[in-house]
Design a protein. Sequence first.
Length: 363
Amino acid sequence: MKTYIKFLSLALLVFSATSCGNADDDVAFDINTNGDLGIGKPVDDCLDLGKNDLILSIQDKFTTLPGKVSVFFKVSDSSGNPVSGLTADQFTIYEQGRNDDCFNTISTSESFARISPNSQIFNNNTLLVLDLSNSVLSNSLNELKSASVSFVNNVMPATTEDSFKMAIYWFDGEDELHLLQPLTSVKDELTLAIEGITEDISNDPSTDLYGAVIKSTDIAEGLLADARANSTISAASVVIFTDGTDQASRYSETDALSKVRDADLNISFFTIGLGGEIDAEVLDEIGRTFSVFAGNKEELETTFNDISFRVSERANSFYLFEYCTPKRDGSGTNNLAIQVTDGSRQGAVQTDFSANGFTGGCQ
């Protein structure tokens, strides 16, 4: 069963979409990482919603004439684990205008509230980085290829979507992160690249693990920067597999760990270790999002599947929530609170929006 969870709907935002509060400005997309709530803040005590079991971190917010409010955010639990699969009926909207002592509940049906996808404003890139040093090529290549194909099948959508892309790199002892497959949204291209790996692909039997960490992080940072330059919100995952420790000593452990620690918070790092020669503590630090270890090559596919599920979960914990507000032109800046419930858990966040120019007719 595929672990890919279909990415949340995003309705087509046309060029009339504007940054909140200024209908004349161009939209500026940029994931915000200022604290757990992003650019949001705790909900006013007058609502008395209780303790947050879920964290809604607002990344950006937009308004679109004649009266649509859009809030882009990610959801995680109190431990930082991503929460995916939420639907519009799990959200409650509260608004507070200048004449309101507290917030009023807005009907989700009357306001046409929805979670809707839009690949034009969000993309998710995965970098699969494989250790193809001599120990892997001579002992566990077939198992690694099978596990990697399974990873691709689980992470990539069943149907091709431009917003989900993956690239595959590999490393050995050379001072180079070799490109196996450029960034693509086509699953078959990734699979064929993996199946084409041969035992003689490497010219250096050593392991430049730290160099691979540093170089793959630079690539992920570049992808985020390019996306932002093109007004696209982006997240990335770096997934590194190795069966040993750094042997090439081209780069220091300190430099590699610092690179990960200082990386953009919208890059997730996952590590997969194989066998008894790995340094689990170092791989734990490199895999700041999650790390997993296989005791032998027969367990590789299981561990890759575990990581693939977590990569998909994170990608699908980003949401664009949209609704049509009853506020109209002249009402000024209004407070907005969004609450989500998931079983016994709930969480909420507060922000505001300008209703300048708003009229009826929004759907």
